[in-house]
Every structure is written in C-alpha cells, then in structure tokens.
Design a protein around this ligand. Structure first.
Ligand code: SIN
Length: 311
C-alpha cells in the first residue's frame, strides 16, 4: 500500500509572517518554507512525508509558469508507486483557480489536495497547521481522487469550490453542491461520491507559458459598453470570457462588441457573475455558455481549449 505523502509548497498566508502575533491581516505572505510548515505540526512527525518547495509567492501573483511547474511536479510525485497523495500549500486568493487548472490538466486517480490558511503562521490562533493536518488526512484517504481543496474542516471539489469570504477562517464554499466530505478529528465523514474527470494531460500545457493564449475577462454591468472588448481584440486577446448578469444576460451596449469579437475569430465564453447557480437554458452558438463555471474557471477552460491548437 502506498503511504508517502508529498507536500509541495507554493507560499501564501499559510507561509506568511507578521511582526505582531495579534495582527491577522498586516503580514507578508510566502515567508516560511514548506519544511517549516511541516515541522510546525507535531502530529505529522514520524510519518512518511516529503516536502518540496515549488514556488514562494503571494497567490495574487500566481502565473502560468508556476502552474506549469506545479502540474509537472504533482504529476511526477503522483506517478510514484509509494506515494498515496500530494498536498499543495497555496495562498487562498487564487486557490480555486489553481485547483481547477490542476483538475482539468491532471484529473488524478490519487488525491491532489490544496490547502492554505487565512491567518499567518505567526498568528495567536493560526489555522494553517490544522488545515495542513486535515489535508494530509485526505491525501491518505483510500478511494479519494482528483483535485480537492481542504479548508476549515471541509473537503471541496475543484469544480465547485469558491473563496467566498475575505476574512473568516471558513472562507471557502462549494455553493449548491456542498462539500464532498468533512474532516473530523482525523477521520472523513463523506457526504457524496468523489468527483472524477478526464485529464487533458501535461502535453496540453507543454508550451512556453509566455506563449499561452491570452484570455481576458470582461463583465456586463450597469453602464457597460463595448469599448473594453474592442480594445482587447485590437490588443491581441486570443479569447474572452464575459461575466454576464443573472442567467447569462448581456447589456445591450456590450453584446454587439462581443459578437463582433466572435465574428473576428476571438472566441467568447459566457458565464454568470452570480456567486452560485448555472446558466440554464442558454444556447447561443456565437456566445456559448460555460454552464456552472465561474468567470475565472471559464478563463482557464478557454485557455486550455485554445492550447489544443498549440502554444
Ligand atoms: C495569498 O493568496 O497568497 C495571500 C492570501 C491568503 O493566502 O489568504
């Protein structure tokens, strides 16, 4: 039975430090190494765990080169016979984007678990060590698979998870779908089956990240117009995502510009700007609907689809 867990560090608040332990917001992210984070969890001592630093950044600055490297390192370790699962420590701000990217590229048969913290490692009551412990529990769970986010005792599927709060410790939600499971004192209480997917594969992203298609996000809102869309197309955007109002509706002054973009060969994917729900009964060949995807997931989806034609 494989029993090794590999923890890949990428930075974030979980690795952040503040000069004042009572300060939960005035800190610098990405200061402590992943080895230090592991050492701060006594319950993990003596377990078969390896730690590797892949990046050290505030996840607001996440980039495609780091995504490529992270996907390659995660795939490498997941393919090792002795490894049962991989954990990624990550900033919370773009965790849902990285989770969706990794799920679409790898959709691994073993668990690939993202976790982080809302409070820095120096906080009086930091959440990082418990989240890391729970993430390792999920990485060891028999039958677990795919990319999940483990946070504040909940296990969220990559397709459902959203950061929904700027400050609270339970900052993530799976919306209508609800979490897959909860981690309670080192044990999983499952609510539904583990989602499976078909991986696009590492070959899809084997291009120089600087050459990956540029997909931009625009939104429909009161007072919207087409100038932004026209400027993006003129500026060489390869694809557009529009965060539409409600069930995919678009401002009258914006829609013609999006149709012009699509006619000019710049694909446009439409999704809702609502925090929850899907686009229901929306069919438009020129401005196709991205169903349940958030604007940020849809951006990844369109970029990966454009990458099928090369970098
Ligand atoms: C980050 O996303 O890297 C900083 C914020 C956080 O981790 O909560």
């Amino acid at each position: 039975m494989p029993s090794t867990v590999v923890i890949l560090g990428t930075g974030g608040t979980i690795a952040g430090t503040a000069s004042n332990p009572a300060d939960n917001v005035g800190y610098t992210a990405a200061q402590r190494s992943v080895a230090d984070l592991l050492a701060a969890v006594p319950a993990l001592r003596g377990q078969a765990i390896e730690a590797e630093q892949v990046a050290q950044l505030d996840s607001k600055d996440m980039d495609h080169a780091t995504w490529q490297q992270l996907a390659q390192r995660a795939a490498f370790h997941l393919a090792r016979a002795e490894v049962c699962g991989v954990v990624v420590t990550h900033g919370t701000d773009t965790m849902e984007e990285t989770a969706w990217f990794l799920q679409r590229v790898l959709a691994p048969a073993k668990p690939l678990v993202l976790t982080g913290a809302m409070r820095p490692a120096t906080a009086l009551q930091t959440d990082g060590p418990q989240n890391l412990l729970d993430a390792v529990t999920v990485a060891r769970e028999a039958g677990a698979c795919g990319v999940v986010v483990v946070f504040a005792g909940q296990v969220h599927a990559a397709q459902d998870v959203r950061k929904v709060h700027s400050y609270r410790l339970d900052a993530f939600s799976s919306g209508d779908a609800g979490p897959i499971a909860r981690v309670e004192e080192g044990r999983l209480r499952r609510h539904r089956t583990w989602p499976v997917g078909t991986p696009l594969g590492l070959a899809r992203i084997a291009f120089e990240p600087a050459s990956w298609p540029r997909v931009e996000i625009v939104s429909s809102h009161a007072g919207a117009g087409g100038a932004m869309v026209d400027a993006l197309v003129a500026g060489g955007a390869h694809g557009l995502v529009v965060a539409a109002t409600g069930n995919g509706s678009l401002h009258n002054a914006l829609e013609p510009a999006l149709r012009r973009a699509a006619t000019a060969g710049v694909p446009v994917l439409r999704c809702t700007r609502c925090a929850g729900g899907a686009l229901v009964g929306v069919s438009d060949a020129m401005l196709p609907a991205a169903a349940t995807l958030s604007p940020w997931q849809a951006r990844i989806e369109l970029m990966l689809s454009l990458l099928a034609g090369g970098g």
